[in-house]
Every structure is written in structure tokens, then in C-alpha cells.
Design a binder for this molecule. Structure first.
Ligand SMILES: Nc1nc2c(ncn2[C@@H]2O[C@H](COP(=O)(O)OP(=O)(O)OP(=O)(O)O)[C@@H](O)[C@H]2O)c(=O)[nH]1
Length: 585
């Protein structure tokens, strides 16, 4: 696998791993934010439930007062009762609407219970109205007890509704748990404080002593209230560091536990001793109920604080989510940039350098070596490659020059410098090769030696340079008339030799005659544009499997000698007394 591909695969794998980690982190934070975002609406609904519970309890105050009111008090108390009922109805309707508009709570147990409470209110209120409208003397103790019980019976349902909604808040934001417990303790305290007041109502209405059952029930409620006081103090331990909470708790102690309880103690003692209270249920409602306000004030203070906490937690969760998203995106981009940087600055240059080195090894010296943009190890490597390429180019150039020189030397060592045809040494090399081939295949081979006639006179008459020009002209003319397979060489001075492969003596003689005639018929230009005529004498020898090249040349030389002797400008054949005389002699 190539380095480039490997790097790309590793990059993709790392990016996927990183993305998986980032997505799981963002997902966790998103869930925590979304969960937390429920805390404020859940807290609002919880508050509505507490208010409904409070209003339901508070309604018992004027209801009890109404049942014990004298004819003169009746109208005033009836007004208060009407207001209290309106407040209870409004609180329950608001809670019901909040539950109905909540996607999850719409299906909940709480909504059913609220509906049940709303339905149960009607007969309970009717029972109270019935007693209140009766003359004082006719008010039956049993009916009064039943009417008080009818209002109290709805309370456990509302407490459970509040409890369920408090769990919603706890689920949305567990950090609010401590405050929730304090609120629930305060709400329960308010409820039991109301209930203990209600227990005195039948005795006050009937102006009688408390029954033993009533004393036991009141004692039980006293115990529960004390328990809730301790619980509230414990739950408020961290809150009392803050002055507003310390003040609110102090007010509960002073107003309810001092003033309120002093009043209750008086009623209890009188109810046990004589039943001669000197008070009506209306007085109970007027004095006792306001003492409980400090408890609901404390509850509201806690609720307000919790709402602020929930909003703060929400903002914190949202900011943290945004931070995680931002860090993830930045880290992702940084990772990408890093990978691209490593790829561009390390991997790609390395791959390129490898290709360049391979190219140089294969001899591709025209490759473009890029100019690196940064000064680093890669740029040093590119520079080294350029030096290497330059040295290879120089070496190749030297090698080419040397080869050209060798070729040139070879050519010049085989060539006659004046005429450009082969020299005597090269003729022997070729001749030996041809002789070997001819002998192996039993073929004929002819040699022709020819010599320009009276050449000394040409030199003497026209000068040495003119003689050179004649030599060049003769060599050129003869070359043009020979076959491609024939080999012409300068044998020495004004003497030339021709090797004619696969030629018999007669064929060679005919070729020689053609050459002789052509030379004799032609004119050769010497210096100054002058033209002169020359002739040449030819000696021809041929053999088929004879002793060798030297022997053949010797035969031709003898024939040439004879041609000279017999008058020149003629062709003589080896082994013959008489030759073929030229047409011009
Ligand atoms: N210009 C020139 N002359 C050469 C060259 N090589 C040999 N010669 C001359 O060629 C002449 C040969 O003369 P000879 O051997 O007497 O022969 P010839 O005058 O041709 O007489 P025959 O061969 O008998 O016809 C000499 O004068 C050499 O100096 C050369 O390369 N250039």
C-alpha cells in the first residue's frame, strides 16, 4: 500500500474515531441540556400544585368559620368563603390547564386526581353551606365533623399530586433536590397547621369540650407538626446562611410556632377543661389563619430561589453545550488542518521525492523538481535531488561525448583522411570477414586493384593539391558506380582496391572495365576550375575457396603490373597473358 493511501486511511479512521467521541459528548450534553430545560416548566407546575394545595387548605378556614358563624357574622364570613372558594377554583383550574398543556403530564395520574378533587369539592362545599345556613342551635355536631372531614379528605390527593410533580422537577434537575425537600416540608407544615386548626372547629361551633378522640387526633397532629419543624430546619441548614432565608425561618418560629401555638394551646387546655372558650370558629379563622402565612411565605421564597437556580442551571447547561459544540467543531477543523498540513508538507513531498528518485534511476533527467515553499528537511531533500539530477546530467553528457569521440576515432581510424573511403587497414578487416563468409558458403570473391596512370606527372604539372583533388574525384566517381555490397578502399598513394563479393573473375572484369571507361571518359576539376582527364589501370583476381585474401591481392597486383606494362588504361585479369585493353588506349 502506498504511503499516500495509508496516510489517507489512517486520517479517515482517526477522524471517524474523533467524530464518534465528539458526537457522544455533544449528545450527552444535549440530553442534559434538554432535560434541564424541563426543570423550569416542571417547577412552575409544581408551584401551581402547591398553591392549589394551599388554597384548598385555606378554604377550610372561612368554611369552618361559616359553619360556626352567628346570624350577625354570617354575611361577612360568607363573603370571605366565597373569595376563598374562588381562589381555590382558580388555583385548581390553573393547575389543570398546566397539566393538560404538558405533553407528558397530560396522560399522568396527577391530572385525574385534580379532576377528582374538583368534582369532590362541589358536595363538600354544599354540606358546609347547608350547616352554615342552619340556625346555630340546630347545627349538628356529626354533620359539622363530616363537613370538616369532607374538605380534609381531598388533601392527601393534592399532596400526592404535588409529590408527583416534585419528582418531575427532581428528574429534570437533580441539583434542586435539597430545596425541593425543604419546600415539601414547608407545604406539609402548612397543611397540618391548617388541619390542627380545623380539629377545634366542631367544638367551637358547639361550645363544648373536646372529645377524647379529638384530643388524641390533635395530639397526633402536634407530633407531626413538630416532626415537620425538625425536618424543615434540617433541610434549611444550608439556606440559613443567607439572611433572607434566616429571616423567613425566624418569622415562622415567631408567628406560627410562638403566636399560633400559644393560641392552639389555649384552645386545647380550654377544650379539655371546660369547653368555655369565649371564642367562635370565626375568631379562630381571624386569628389563627394569618399566623400560617409565614409558612407559605417561606415556601414561596424557596420556590423563587429554586426557579432562579433552575434558570441558572439551564443557562449553564446551554453555555456548556455551546462550548462543547464549539470546542468539537474547532478541534475537528484543527484535526483536518493538521492532517492536510502533514499530508502536504511530509507525505506528498516524500511520495514525490520517491517518484523523482525512481525517475532519475530510470534516466528521466528532464523531470521538474519543484521549488519547496518552506525551509525544512523536505526542501533540503529537494535541493539534494536537484544536485543529483545535475550530476547525472553531467555524467550522461560526458558519456555521450566519450561515445561520440570513440565513434569519431573509430571512423577516422578506418577512413582515409583524403578521399573519405576506407583505408587499407579497414579494407583488410572487411576483406577477411568477406573471405570467411565466401569460403564457408563456397561463394566467389573478386578483388580489383587499380592505379591512376602517370599520376606523378599530374602532381608535377598541376601541383600536389591538384593531385589530391584528382584522388578525391576518382574515389567519388568509383564509389557511385559500385554496388552497395562492394567495398572500395585506398590501398596506398594513387592506388585503390575494390572487394567484390559473390563475383566471378569475368564479372569483376566487366565491372572494372565499366569503371575504367567511366574514369577515362570523365573530367576532373582541379584548382581554378580547370578540368583534366585521367586514366587508370586495373588488375582483377577472383577465387572460389582459394588460399586467402593476401594471395588474391597479390594476384590482382600482378595483373595490374601487367596492365601498366602493356600500356596502361586497361584491365588485366589474373592468370592471363593478355588483358582487356581500354577503349581509349
Ligand atoms: N598529390 C598526391 N600525390 C601522391 C600521393 N601519394 C602518392 N603521390 C604521388 O604519386 C606518384 C606516384 O608516382 P609513380 O609511382 O612513379 O607512378 P606514376 O607516376 O603514376 O606512374 P605509373 O604508375 O607507372 O603510371 C608519386 O609522385 C607520389 O609522390 C598523394 O596522396 N597525393
Amino acid at each position: 500500500m502506498s504511503l499516500n493511501r495509508l496516510f489517507r486511511l489512517i486520517s479517515i479512521a482517526l477522524l471517524l474515531l474523533f467524530l464518534a467521541f465528539a458526537v457522544s459528548l455533544v449528545w450527552t450534553e444535549w440530553n442534559s441540556y434538554r432535560n434541564g430545560a424541563n426543570s423550569v416548566p416542571a417547577l412552575r407546575t409544581f408551584r401551581l400544585a402547591l398553591v392549589a394545595l394551599e388554597k384548598l387548605s385555606a378554604e377550610r378556614g372561612p368554611a369552618n368559620a361559616f359553619m360556626g358563624a352567628s346570624a350577625s357574622q354570617r354575611e361577612a364570613v360568607a363573603d370571605k368563603l366565597k373569595n376563598a372558594r374562588a381562589e381555590t377554583d382558580a388555583a385548581l383550574a390553573a393547575l389543570r390547564q398546566a397539566l393538560q398543556s404538558h405533553p407528558r403530564l397530560r396522560q399522568s395520574w396527577s391530572l385525574d386526581k385534580v379532576k377528582t378533587v374538583q368534582q369532590a369539592l362541589e358536595p363538600a362545599r354544599a354540606a358546609i353551606d347547608r350547616i352554615g345556613r342552619q340556625p346555630e342551635a340546630e347545627r349538628n355536631n356529626v354533620y359539622v365533623l363530616s363537613a370538616v372531614g369532607g374538605m380534609v379528605d381531598m388533601i392527601p390527593l393534592m399532596i400526592r399530586v404535588a409529590s408527583e410533580l416534585s419528582s418531575e422537577v427532581d428528574h429534570a434537575d437533580p441539583e434542586l433536590r435539597e430545596g425541593l425537600a425543604a419546600i415539601r416540608a414547608a407545604a406539609s407544615l402548612r397543611e397540618y397547621a391548617g388541619q390542627v386548626g380545623s380539629r377545634f372547629t366542631p367544638a367551637l361551633i358547639a361550645h363544648r369540650k373536646l372529645t377524647q378522640d379529638e384530643v388524641i387526633e390533635i395530639g397526633r397532629l402536634y407530633g407531626r407538626i413538630e416532626l415537620l419543624r425538625g425536618l424543615l430546619n434540617t433541610q434549611m441548614a444550608s439556606y440559613v446562611q443567607r439572611p433572607e432565608f434566616a429571616r423567613a425561618l425566624e418569622l415562622v418560629d415567631k408567628q406560627y410556632f410562638d403566636n399560633g401555638f400559644q393560641f392552639l394551646d389555649f384552645l386545647l387546655q380550654t377544650g379539655v377543661a371546660s369547653g368555655d372558650y369565649g371564642l367562635t370558629s370565626v375568631d379562630l379563622f381571624r386569628f389563627y389563619v394569618p399566623q400560617m402565612k409565614s409558612i407559605t411565605d417561606l415556601r414561596d421564597l424557596l420556590l423563587d430561589d429554586m426557579m432562579e437556580q433552575a434558570e441558572r442551571h439551564n443557562r449553564r447547561a446551554r453555555n456548556y453545550l455551546l462550548l462543547v459544540i464549539a470546542v468539537t467543531v474547532v478541534a475537528c477543523l484543527f484535526f483536518q488542518v493538521l492532517m492536510v498540513l502533514i499530508r502536504r508538507r511530509v507525505v506528498q513531498p516524500l511520495v514525490l521525492a520517491t517518484d523523482l528518485v525512481s525517475g532519475l534511476v530510470e534516466g528521466r533527467l528532464d523531470q521538474e523538481i519543484p521549488q519547496p515553499r518552506y525551509e525544512d528537511e523536505i526542501s533540503a531533500m529537494m535541493r539534494a535531488l536537484k544536485v543529483l539530477r545535475q550530476r547525472m546530467r553531467e555524467r550522461n553528457s560526458l558519456a555521450r561525448e566519450r561515445e561520440a569521440l570513440i565513434t569519431q576515432l573509430q571512423t577516422s581510424s578506418n577512413t582515409d583522411f583524403l578521399t573519405g573511403v576506407l583505408n587499407r587497414r579497414a579494407f583488410f578487416t572487411h576483406g577477411q570477414q568477406q573471405m570467411t563468409v565466401a569460403k564457408r558458403y563456397g561463394r566467389e570473391l573478386a578483388v580489383v586493384l587499380f592505379d591512376i596512370d602517370h599520376f606523378k606527372q599530374i602532381n608535377d604539372s598541376y601541383g600536389h593539391q591538384a593531385g589530391d583533388a584528382i584522388l578525391r574525384g576518382v574515389a567519388q566517381s568509383v564509389s557511385q558506380l559500385l554496388r552497395k555490397v562492394d567495398v572500395l578502399a585506398r590501398y596506398g598513394g594513387e592506388e585503390f582496391i575494390i572487394l567484390l563479393p559473390e563475383s566471378s573473375l569475368l564479372q569483376a572484369a566487366a565491372a572494372s572495365e565499366k569503371l575504367r571507361a567511366a574514369l577515362a571518359a570523365g573530367e576532373f576539376e582541379i584548382d581554378g576550375g580547370r578540368r583534366i582527364r585521367v586514366t587508370a589501370s586495373f588488375g582483377v583476381a577472383a577465387e572460389n575457396g582459394g588460399p586467402g585474401l593476401e594471395h588474391l591481392i597479390k594476384q590482382a597486383d600482378i595483373a595490374l603490373y601487367r596492365a601498366k606494362k602493356l600500356g596502361r588504361n586497361r584491365v588485366e585479369l589474373a592468370g592471363e597473358e593478355e588483358g582487356v585493353e581500354g577503349a581509349g588506349t
